[in-house]
Write a protein that binds this ligand. Structure first.
Ligand SMILES: *[C@@H]1O[C@H](CO)[C@@H](O)[C@H](O)[C@H]1NC(C)=O
Ligand SMILES: *[C@@H]1O[C@H](CO)[C@@H](O)[C@H](O)[C@H]1NC(C)=O
Ligand SMILES: *[C@@H]1O[C@H](CO)[C@@H](O)[C@H](O)[C@H]1NC(C)=O
Ligand SMILES: *[C@@H]1O[C@H](CO)[C@@H](O)[C@H](O)[C@H]1NC(C)=O
Ligand SMILES: *[C@@H]1O[C@H](CO)[C@@H](O)[C@H](O)[C@H]1NC(C)=O
Ligand SMILES: *[C@@H]1O[C@H](CO)[C@@H](O)[C@H](O)[C@H]1NC(C)=O
Ligand SMILES: *[C@@H]1O[C@H](CO)[C@@H](O)[C@H](O)[C@H]1NC(C)=O
Ligand SMILES: *[C@@H]1O[C@H](CO)[C@@H](O)[C@H](O)[C@H]1NC(C)=O
Ligand SMILES: *[C@@H]1O[C@H](CO)[C@@H](O)[C@H](O)[C@H]1NC(C)=O
Ligand SMILES: *[C@@H]1O[C@H](CO)[C@@H](O)[C@H](O)[C@H]1NC(C)=O
Ligand SMILES: *[C@@H]1O[C@H](CO)[C@@H](O)[C@H](O)[C@H]1NC(C)=O
Ligand SMILES: *[C@@H]1O[C@H](CO)[C@@H](O)[C@H](O)[C@H]1NC(C)=O
Length: 461
């Protein structure tokens, strides 16, 4: 290769490197204002790993939603109290950990309800096909929840409203004229009337659909799990544009100070068909590949599609980071391509082509430092807190939790200016370009002089 070509190539490489480096450090942003309420869900019932070793709980969490049992555990008539007592080891671990680390969070008993209509009908308060507050099983169910709360020093109860995702089947009740939400609200009000005299909290976990008839005075706040919005839609998983719409629907029912925005530390993987993937991401026009047994070789967890027409998978943040480059995690390793949608969703995404299929892609939309910054700015004006769907999904040293809490740890990205410094990037790039050209001209000029000298020498002989 000719020396001039090599120099030009190297100089272009250098300019690219400088530009890329600037773009990276620019996206490591200063942590935003810490919200007043930080709820962390803790799914004790399905954890195999060990608290204090495999994951830790941030001292910034204000409410820990302890999920002691799965919805299925509630269906066989044993009752929540007995089920809770059968699973005391995990609870004792948590209590020890809390005391040892002087954590001050309020401990909330989080109750998940079945999402499947045929199961829901077996759920004790609905067993008779309607809500009967005086039914023996309904009474025992609420007694049990109350007893757990008092006996194990919980500060309150959180109850999940199962109508969170599209394609939820409302139970087929004998009295068809009774709305599902009506029954749910009656149940909530009964639980509330038991907790109020004990000075305990009642919170609700809901989703994109508001609960008709809810009594704001009977609950402390509602965690809106506004993610998985890509289920049966062409959108990304938790775009801020859709979250704004969901919150404005909820404002018809409760005050914004009673709303907490749910987020997930991870990404939802979907298979999409596209002739122009960048355009379809930009337009939020993601066409799902149909098929209920699609394969996601890089993701361990498959998410059930409630609509039964495609398949999804889940990648916790700690697994996602293996495809991304530290410290800012705004570039991906091959075959993934990284992007941040600055137009509509303010979410990060990665995608890759299906091996050998040019019109089919894996697409993952997820929250990271950049998107959480937008969500926390939204919370500051429109809600009172943030709710993390599973606190065990963070990366080592509580990377995302520390960002939310406004702390910096050695593992989290170094803070930079919040406002992207475009001037510095352009200036730096142009500066580097000019420097290289000056060097190039100098080198060429020296060579030219040398050549002239030799020519002169040759002419002499
Ligand atoms: C019901 O489920 C609980 C928890 O899964 C279990 O401990 C209990 O043995 C079951 N009871 C019956 C009667 O099946
Ligand atoms: C917790 O508090 C006790 C007493 O105030 C203190 O001795 C201990 O070091 C604290 N532990 C942690 C992990 O901060
Ligand atoms: C609901 O759950 C039952 C048993 O758990 C299962 O047989 C049924 O297929 C489920 N229905 C749907 C629509 O998922
Ligand atoms: C729960 O508490 C009630 C009183 O509030 C008591 O009558 C009942 O025996 C308790 N049940 C259990 C399982 O502890
Ligand atoms: C605590 O649990 C026991 C059963 O183990 C029950 O008899 C008692 O009533 C409970 N206490 C309260 C205050 O609910
Ligand atoms: C049931 O809900 C729908 C929509 O939320 C509402 O229009 C209807 O009036 C409700 N029916 C009853 C009986 O509350
Ligand atoms: C709250 O719950 C009670 C029952 O415990 C009910 O009578 C009341 O209507 C509910 N709503 C409000 C706004 O208090
Ligand atoms: C959305 O995607 C479909 C399928 O790829 C395509 O036919 C359609 O033109 C796209 N619409 C827009 C507005 O890009
Ligand atoms: C994809 O669409 C964009 C416009 O959004 C266009 O600039 C680009 O050339 C298209 N790419 C291909 C491969 O067609
Ligand atoms: C995800 O990460 C965990 C540990 O952080 C690891 O055990 C697991 O194998 C990873 N899963 C995948 C699919 O990479
Ligand atoms: C998925 O299924 C639901 C009903 O189960 C249907 O309304 C919807 O159109 C389907 N979506 C796609 C993308 O096929
Ligand atoms: C959790 O904290 C303990 C004690 O500080 C530490 O040894 C452990 O490595 C931490 N675990 C993770 C996953 O960061």
């Amino acid at each position: 290769m000719n020396i001039y070509k090599l120099i030009i190539l190297l100089s272009y490489g250098f300019v690219l490197l400088v530009t890329k480096h600037k773009a990276l450090s620019q996206s490591c942003i200063t942590p935003p204002t810490k919200p007043n309420i930080i709820v962390g869900y803790y799914p004790a019932f399905k954890l195999n790993s060990k608290l204090g070793i495999d994951y830790n709980i941030s001292s910034s969490i204000t409410h820990l939603n302890y999920i002691a049992f799965s919805p299925n555990d509630l269906l066989n008539g044993t009752g929540p109290f007995q089920v809770f007592q059968n699973k005391l080891d995990k609870f004792n671990d948590l209590t020890l950990y809390k005391n040892k680390n002087n954590l001050t969070f309020k401990l909330i008993l989080s109750v998940l309800l079945p999402v499947n209509a045929s199961d829901f009908i077996k759920f004790p308060p609905l067993r008779t096909g309607t809500y009967l507050p005086t039914d023996q099983q309904t009474k025992k169910f609420i007694d049990d929840l109350t007893n757990i709360t008092t006996n194990y020093s919980f500060h309150g109860i959180d109850i999940e409203y199962p109508y969170k995702l599209p394609c939820f089947q409302q139970p087929t009740l004998p009295q068809q004229q009774i709305n599902f939400s009506t029954i749910f609200v009656q149940f909530l009000n009964d639980v509330s009337s038991r907790l109020k005299p004990l000075n305990k909290l009642l919170t609700v976990t809901a989703g994109q659909y508001p609960i008709d008839g809810i009594s704001p005075a009977n609950i402390s706040f509602i965690n809106i799990q506004a993610f998985h919005l890509n289920i049966n839609s062409a959108y990304s998983s938790a775009g801020i544009d859709n979250i704004q719409k969901i919150f404005s629907r909820w404002y018809n029912y409760v005050d914004k100070l009673q709303l907490v925005l749910g987020v997930e530390f991870g990404g939802v993987v979907e298979s999409v068909i596209s002739n122009n993937i960048t355009k379809d991401i930009e337009n939020q026009n993601l066409t799902l590949v149909s098929g209920s047994n699609l394969k996601f070789p890089f993701a361990a967890e498959i998410i059930d599609d409630p609509c039964k027409n495609t398949s999804y998978a889940y990648l916790p943040w700690k697994n996602l980071t293996t495809f991304l480059s530290p410290p800012c995690y705004t570039s991906a390793s091959s075959p993934w391509i990284y992007g941040f949608d600055n137009l509509k969703t303010k979410q990060s995404y990665i995608y890759q082509q299906y091996p050998g299929v040019s019109t089919q892609f894996y697409y993952v939309s997820y929250d990271d430092f950049q998107s959480l910054k937008y969500k926390l700015d939204f919370i500051k004006e429109n809600a009172s807190g943030i709710a993390i769907a599973d606190v065990t999904r963070d990366f080592d040293n509580l990377m995302l939790m520390n960002f939310i809490s406004g702390n910096i740890t050695p593992n989290s990205p170094s803070p930079e200016n919040t406002t992207p410094n475009i001037g510095a990037i352009v200036g730096g790039t142009i500066g580097a370009w000019i420097l290289i050209n000056v060097l190039l001209v100098l080198i060429l000029f020296r060579r030219y002089l040398k050549k002239k000298q030799y020519e002169g020498v040759a002419q002499m002989y």
